[in-house]
Each structure stands twice: as C-alpha cells, then as structure tokens.
Design a protein around this ligand. Structure first.
Ligand SMILES: Cc1cc2nc3c(=O)[nH]c(=O)nc-3n(C[C@H](O)[C@H](O)[C@H](O)COP(=O)(O)OP(=O)(O)OC[C@H]3O[C@@H](n4cnc5c(N)ncnc54)[C@H](O)[C@@H]3O)c2cc1C
Length: 493
C-alpha cells in the first residue's frame, strides 16, 4: 500500500541533522516530510544525550566564529527564553577553542517542535524507514513500518539523516566504515542533580592538578601553559565557567585500588543547564564499550548491558568518593546508546584530514568547521586517548583557522535524488563530521539543496554545477560560508 501524497523532500531521521534539513527545506518552499523512528526529535542531542557540550567549538583557535545559520538562530532563541547559558569567552578557553554555548536539551527539543510547526514541516513520528523505492539508480520514495503497517511514501528528493546512513545503505550507496575492532566505543549517558556545587568547587580550587588540562592547551605556541589552566581552576567560583570536569585522578586511583572503578573510562562529567541557571551534571564518559558494531542489534544489546553495569560503577564512585555528590541523585538514564562512529557515504568528494590541516577552502563550500581531525576515543582510563597506531590521524588546523565543508560531501556517488547529512556525510575516518554543530551545518545545507533541486528540477548532483545558487540561499539563512566572524564579545563575559 502507498500513501497518496507526493512530497518534494523527505527527510529521514529527526536528529540534529534532520531537523536542520527539514527547516531549511521548508524555508526553500518545498513540501517537506520528516520521518522519525521514535516519538520525539533530537536524536543524540536529547534522546541519547544530552551531549556534554551542546553547541561548543563554534569558534576557531583565533577566536573567530565559524558556525552560524540554524545553530546560531536556535541558540539565540533559547538564550532569550532563558534556556541557554551565555557564551563564556574566557581567554584560556578561547585559545583552546573549547568554549560552550550550552543549551538545555529538553527545551531545544521543544523549540524544534515549535519550529517544525512554524515552517510547515509535516512530521511522521514512530515510523521506521525500512527501505527505499527506486527507478534504476534514482530513489523516488521510502518504505516505512509503523502502527499503520508497511507503506510506501513517494518523494522527489530524499535526505538521509539517520546518523548511521541507514537510507543510503538501503539505496545501495557505497559506504565507508572502520572495522568494528577499531570502532570508537559507544556510551550510555545519564544526568544527575542534587550536587553541592560549592563543595565540589572548593575541592576543584584546592586540587587543580587533579583535573584535565589537555583540552585547553593552545597548540600553536606556549600561550596556554599547564599552569594557566590550573590557575583557571584555582580561580573558579562558578561551575558554569567550566565545561568538561574530567580527572579526579587521585580519587579515581584510590577507587581503582579498592575495586570501585573500572579500567574503561576516565572519571568526569559535563554540565547541562536547566531553568533559572540551575546546573545538572551529565555523564557520558562513564561507560566505554568498544569493538561493537553500531549497525548490529546483537552488538548494540551487548553494549547496552555492559554500559548499564559501568554506569552503576561510575555512579557509586561519585557518591562515595567525590565531595559534593553525597546527596546527589540520578534524574535521567538515556534510553538509547550514544554511537560515536558509524558508516559514512562515499560521496563526490571525500573530506580528508589534509583538508582539515590545510584549512582548505572549496568553491562549493556550504559551511565551515575548525574541529580537529582524528581525535578518537578509546576505552581506557584516559578517555581522550588515541591508540598508538592511530596517533598519526590526529590533526589540528595548521594556523588555528577554519576549513570548508564542500557540498559534494553530501552527494553520494552513483545514486541519484539522495543527499546525506549529519554523521554519515563523506569524509575519511579522521575528518568525520560528527559533532552537533557540524551535523546541523550539513543538515541545513542538504535541506536547502533539496528544496532548490525541486524548484530547478535538477538532481542533487546536477546542482553541483549551480552551487552558487545554493550558497546564496544559505547565506540568506545566516550560514557562515566564506568569512569567519569576530563576535566573541557578543555573549561573552
Ligand atoms: C558519547 C558521545 C558524546 C558526544 N558528545 C558531543 C558533544 O559534547 N558535543 C557535540 O557537538 N557532539 C557530541 N557528540 C556527537 C553528536 O552528539 C552526534 O554525532 C550527533 O548528535 C549526530 O547527529 P545526527 O543527526 O547525524 O544523528 P542522530 O542524532 O543519531 O540522529 C539520527 C536520527 O535518525 C533516527 N533514525 C535512525 N534510523 C532511522 C530509520 N531507519 N528510520 C527513521 N528514523 C531513523 C534516529 O532515531 C535519530 O533520531 C557525541 C557523541 C557521542 C556518541
């Protein structure tokens, strides 16, 4: 059976990439359907999240903003309504390009529902995309399963925003994937309230050497010394000024000796803002399970069972050893795993770590990023570790600037009428564009491109020759494509 409506654009998956794609597509005048497997929007942002640093690293090492568009628009709306924290642009953090524009993930989701309504995006929730319909190499619809049974829905352009490239795989696209023995470990996140922040801050101030400084080092000269970072911890009286609170080295080692810690993860957490400036702690480094495939349900099940065990170990450790956690309590254990690494499409261009290093500019840019390449997580006591054999993959931009993301990374080879956005766009392993802001940048571009294809009656691949028109649309939607912006004072304190 098939639903009678023909959509211009069907967005598959309602995570960060999917919502951005749907908004941009509808803004481009396309009749847009967003199909999501579960009953809400947000994916890893709010269902299996919140991510530690929701909306972070929107500035490069030079302190210039390189992400705008829907990311900035949604941040500003949440900030104005009291559901986001100001951008704390402290010198040490700015140099480390490790600043945060924290948003409340639950209110972020509420805003997404509001925006779907405002833009006229049609939603189909609780619906699994199980396949595509094709005419030769051209996709022209999806097969879905939901409470109504199995149906087909026709669309002129499809956008795969499923995170793991599920639609692209069904369409027969060539995919790239690291073997599961090497895959980055998955995590089960949980959120905690009731922490005595003053007590914890007292411990942080008096034990700055017990916390991680690696993320905050300025990699281009010795402007940020270890001592600068320690001084930042020593002077911290407001937990909101800190981002990642990782380390607790001494306490962790005592716990290890007492069999109260596991060897798969460092100890630490991120922050999540709630109403009225209230802060919760969010744990995502507490469970690290490697060598399990994100596209195998048996492996995912094994992972969930192991993650649950590791979470309990982490939780008992914090309650027993960490000052300020005595009366803390868990408010949310996520229902889904956070998957760090999955399949990527092989597109008309494959973004590489050399492009990242060279801060390469492309004529078909659809957005920018300054995130380093190859920063893999491994299951070890130091979660930001990289296996010795993978160390050569780690690359920062050579001058602290930003690189372009080409439109061609969104266009899969050979298969027509399909675009990819989010985690599964075309990159080599180190240049993987999986961070939230990156997924929303590619999502927005894919949505705008799909709408333009329908308007012009061209395929996404043919649009590569008219990419200037796409860039005009994106610039009008506030995206940063060409020049980075010096706006650090805007929300800074
Ligand atoms: C442990 C961990 C910590 C992270 N921390 C951060 C962080 O602090 N900051 C940051 O910027 N990034 C972080 N990330 C990365 C970031 O959160 C994700 O990579 C990003 O959210 C992925 O967005 P996406 O839209 O591509 O995919 P997802 O968020 O996975 O969205 C995919 C959506 O598609 C739906 N879907 C899947 N298959 C189907 C189907 N067949 N039919 C219909 N719907 C389907 C899913 O239900 C989901 O809603 C982290 C990731 C992990 C794993």
């Amino acid at each position: 059976m098939s639903y009678s409506t023909l959509y211009d654009v069907i967005v598959c998956g309602g995570g960060t990439a999917g919502v951005a794609a749907a908004i941009a597509s509808a803004r481009g005048g396309a009749k847009t359907l967003l199909v999501e497997r579960i009953g809400t929007l947000g994916g890893q942002m709010s269902v299996s999240g919140p991510p530690g640093f929701a909306y972070a690293r929107l500035h490069n090492h030079k302190g210039e903003r390189d992400v705008g568009g829907i990311v900035q628009e949604t941040y500003e709306r949440l900030y104005r309504s009291g559901h986001a924290l100001p951008h704390y642009g402290y010198k040490v953090r700015m140099r480390g390009a490790y600043t945060f524009e924290y948003v409340d993930p639950d209110w972020w989701t509420a805003l997404m529902f509001e925006m779907m309504d405002e833009e006229g995006v049609e939603l189909l929730l609780d619906t699994l995309v199980v396949g595509v319909t094709k005419d030769g190499d051209k996709v022209n619809g999806i097969a879905v399963e939901n409470a109504n049974g199995r149906n087909e829905i026709k669309g002129k352009v499809l956008i795969d925003c499923t995170g793991e490239g599920y639609v692209a795989i069904q369409a027969g696209c060539e995919m790239a994937m690291v073997p599961k023995e090497k895959i980055q470990p998955h995590t089960l996140a949980f959120t905690v309230d009731g922490i005595d922040w003053d007590k914890l801050l007292q411990y942080i101030r008096s034990h700055p050497e017990q916390f991680s400084h690696k993320q905050l080092m300025y990699p281009y000269d010795d402007k940020n010394t270890e001592e600068d970072v320690r001084e930042m911890y020593r002077r911290c009286y407001d937990i909101k000024e800190l981002g990642e609170i990782m380390g607790f080295y001494e306490l962790r080692d005592i716990a290890l000796a007492n069999n109260d810690w596991h060897p798969y993860s460092g100890a630490g957490f991120f922050l999540t803002p709630k109403e009225g400036g209230h802060i919760q702690a969010h744990f995502q480094h507490s469970s690290q399970v490697g060598e399990l495939s994100p596209t195998d349900a048996w492996d995912l099940t094994k992972c969930m069972v192991e993650c649950r065990k590791q979470n309990m170990i982490a939780w008992r450790f914090f309650k027993k050893y960490v000052p300020g956690f005595e009366n803390a309590y868990i408010t949310k254990v996520c229902t889904e795993l956070r998957l760090r690494e999955g399949p990527r499409i092989v597109g008309d261009y494959v973004l590489t770590k050399e492009d990242v290093y060279e801060t390469r500019q492309f004529p078909d840019t659809i957005g920018k990023s300054s995130f380093k390449a190859g920063g893999y997580h491994v299951a070890s006591l130091d979660t930001l570790n990289v296996c010795a054999e993978d160390r050569a993959d780690m690359t920062i931009t050579k001058d602290g600037g930003s690189y372009d993301i080409p439109y061609r990374c969104l266009v899969p080879k050979k298969i027509e009428n399909l675009l990819a956005a989010g985690k599964c766009v075309s990159t080599d392993r180190p240049a993987y564009l999986r961070y939230l802001h990156q997924t929303m940048v590619t999502g927005q571009a894919a949505g705008a491109a799909a709408a333009l294809c329908v308007k012009k009656n061209v395929t996404p691949r043919q649009l590569e020759n008219q990419v200037k028109d796409l860039q005009d649309v994106l610039v009008k939607q506030g995206a940063i494509l060409f020049e980075t912006v010096k706006d650090t004072a805007k929300y800074g304190v």
